[in-house]
Write a protein that binds this ligand. Structure first.
Ligand SMILES: O=C1C[C@@](O)(C(=O)O)C[C@@H](O)[C@@H]1O
Length: 147
């Protein structure tokens, strides 16, 4: 059974109360459940995690990379939050491990402030999705099942 890593970056622990007009009313626990259901549809195991710390996200990408090397990884779905727009370290981790990765954003970042339009992740992501709300997580896992 292959594993999907769903990694969530800073402030995503506040989903449900954080800017609900932008991110919706569902909590991170709701997103975890949605991902469990999507993984169950495809026979994937799930590692669903959140951290406010950039280095922790780097360590988790390395962990996913070791699973990838062992042929045990279906892919990574990464919502790096604000680190998307700042983190060379995440870019290097994704590039260095070669993990197949979908960059995900709940909101349509391109319809928001210009500083959200640039992503350090996009050039090393296999695919990018934004603006589907939390439903995007399920859609991303469905896409991994076709890779
Ligand atoms: O924290 C977030 C969440 C986000 O990644 C999204 O899911 O829409 C978009 C980012 O610009 C923002 O910093």
């Amino acid at each position: 059974m292959k594993t999907v890593f769903v990694l969530n970056g800073p402030n995503l622990n506040l989903l449900g109360t954080r800017e609900p007009a932008v991110y919706g009313a569902q909590t991170l626990a709701d997103v975890d459940l949605l991902c469990q259901q999507a993984c169950a549809r495809h026979g994937f195991a799930l590692q669903f995690r959140q951290s406010n710390h950039e280095g922790q996200l780097v360590d988790w990408i390395h962990e996913a990379g070791r699973q990838h090397a062992a042929g045990e990884l279906a892919g990574v779905v990464l919502n790096a939050g604000a680190y998307t727009h700042t983190s060379v370290a995440l870019l290097d981790a994704i590039k260095g491990t070669g993990v197949p990765l979908i960059e995900l954003h709940i909101s349509n970042v391109h319809a928001r402030e210009s500083f959200r339009h640039h992503s350090y992740i996009s050039p090393v992501a296999r695919a990018v999705m934004c603006g589907f709300g939390v439903a995007g997580y399920g859609l991303a896992i469905d896409a991994l099942a076709q890779w």
